[in-house]
Design a protein around this ligand. Structure first.
Ligand code: ADP
Ligand code: ZN
Length: 437
């Protein structure tokens, strides 16, 4: 297989040169950070008064971690490093876990970010002949405009369809011969179910690829989308604090996400001890954004769980690859004392052929005990009025889940297409237990 690089030099830069480049960029970043009220105090306390006080990449460790709470406290302009009249855009996080945080960009920041998105798109084998339908929310959320400009930079025809309204999405795909789409994995599964419902044949579409991200999903979910839609699905990771999409992306080897290390410095830490984990182990991803001047953010605790593959990728890129992100460190549910990540449930049910494309998890209190219910849709070939096979299936899902998660869940089966679908990020967990006050 031959691989195409958007920026051949930077994407294959030998490690030593990549690290030297990171050091130069880190010094610049510290200079910008020192201009913000938020960082001036923090950096001075750490004995850093100038970019030149950073002598090695190891000096990054002198800088305290930044959390979402810190960024919120700095709202609205505490992290702005340039005069407001040089700012050309702002974006905000989708606020999945609370008040959104705001990020500002100058003209060059936008150009650099666009370059990373273009590089990511190109790494999947797309080129200017592609027709790209961006089926994700536009607006303050970075996924819309981030991919939009990245796609245009590659030279693709970009259709800014936005998310939702599957009927209109199919019409656009058919009218303009869409070859690649961007969406959340849950929306892609919904699209497939709707296609069957509306009688849209696969042959009437020219689809070849999808970029799927913005929320965690399992390898089985990727395989399911690929098989059902007969396309290649590439994992796309980003967050608004680090610009948005284009932080880490899968190449055509589809085996981990290359984190663009000329734009970001990554660390993996143990979220309890805050110490780095041994190479290859999973922990919390911490990121420093080297490619943005207007809003400097150093050592940001993403709360996302991942780790690094240790062996190089056969595509020839020198940038390390992240494991599939399995969720946030604070996603963890404690059910009657047992720790459970929602991704563990997804891994089990999405590998079962009879299970449909949508599911959700409900946790409630029953007396003094916690009660876990997993609601899943069944596949389109399964009839809901045939009780015997349904009960057998339910029991099989329950047993398989119990074996993997050591919790005995209640399982509910629902008709294909009947569980609620979100247009943005899927909300999979409803925790209805009373909150401690
Ligand atoms: P919010 O933190 O409010 O959801 P963002 O819109 O910036 O704000 O979303 C970024 C977050 O989305 C990431 O920190 C991560 O938790 C999740 N995410 C994005 N892409 C992926 C992916 N490919 N796999 C798993 N999670 C992802
Ligand atoms: Zn690769």
């Amino acid at each position: 297989m031959t691989y195409q690089y958007w920026n051949p030099r930077m994407e294959t830069l030998p490690r030593a040169e990549l690290e030297a480049y990171q050091l130069t960029k880190l010094k610049d970043l510290v200079r910008y950070a020192l201009r913000t009220p938020f960082y001036q105090k923090r950096l001075h306390q750490a004995g850093i008064k100038d970019g030149e006080d950073i002598k090695t990449l190891g000096d990054l460790k002198r800088i305290p971690f930044a959390t979402k709470l810190d960024l919120r406290a700095a709202f609205p302009y505490g992290l702005l490093s340039i005069p407001l009249d040089e700012v050309v855009r702002l974006h905000a996080s989708s606020g999945t876990t609370g008040t959104p945080t705001t990020i500002y960009f100058n003209k060059e920041d936008i150009i650099r970010w666009t370059g990373f998105v273009a590089r990511s798109i190109y790494a999947t084998g797309c080129n200017k002949t592609d027709v790209f339908q961006n089926m994700i929310t536009y607006g303050l959320f970075t996924g819309g405009l981030g991919f939009h400009f990245g796609g245009e930079a590659v030279g693709m025809l970009v259709i800014p369809s936005g998310s939702g309204n599957t009927t209109r999405q199919f019409k656009l795909m058919q009218d303009f011969g869409t070859t690649v789409v961007h969406a959340t994995p849950s929306f892609l599964l919904h699209v497939e179910a709707k296609m069957r419902e509306e009688g849209i044949t696969r042959e009437s579409l020219k689809l070849k690829r999808a970029f799927a991200g913005a929320e965690p999903y399992s390898e089985d979910t990727r395989r399911r989308i690929e098989e059902l839609l007969k396309i290649d699905v590439y994992n796309s990771y980003g967050l608004s604090e680090m610009n948005g999409p284009g932080v880490a992306f899968e190449c055509q080897c589809k085996n981990g996400l290359h984190l663009w290390e000329d734009g970001y410095i990554a660390e993996i830490i143990n979220p309890d001890t805050l110490e780095p984990v041994p190479e290859g182990e999973t922990g919390e991803l911490v990121l420093t954004c080297l490619c943005r001047e207007a809003t400097p953010i150093l050592r940001y605790r993403t709360r996302d769980r991942s780790g690094f593959y240790t062996e190089p990728c056969s595509c020839g890129r020198t940038h390390r690859r992240l494991y599939r992100i399995t969720g946030r460190t604070d996603d963890m549910l404690i059910i009657n004392g047992v720790n459970l990540f929602p991704s563990q449930i997804e891994e089990v049910i999405m590998s079962m052929k009879e299970v449909g494309n949508n599911y959700c998890i409900v946790v409630e209190k029953e007396g003094v005990l916690d009660r876990l219910t997993v609601k899943t849709e069944v596949g389109p070939d399964i009839f809901m009025d045939d009780a015997r096979p349904l009960n057998a299936l339910k029991e099989r899902i329950r047993k398989t889940l119990q074996a993997c998660i050591t919790i005995n869940p209640r399982v509910e089966l629902h008709e294909s297409g009947s569980l609620p679908v979100s247009e943005g990020k899927a909300t999979r967990v409803q925790d209805n237990r009373p909150k401690d006050v």
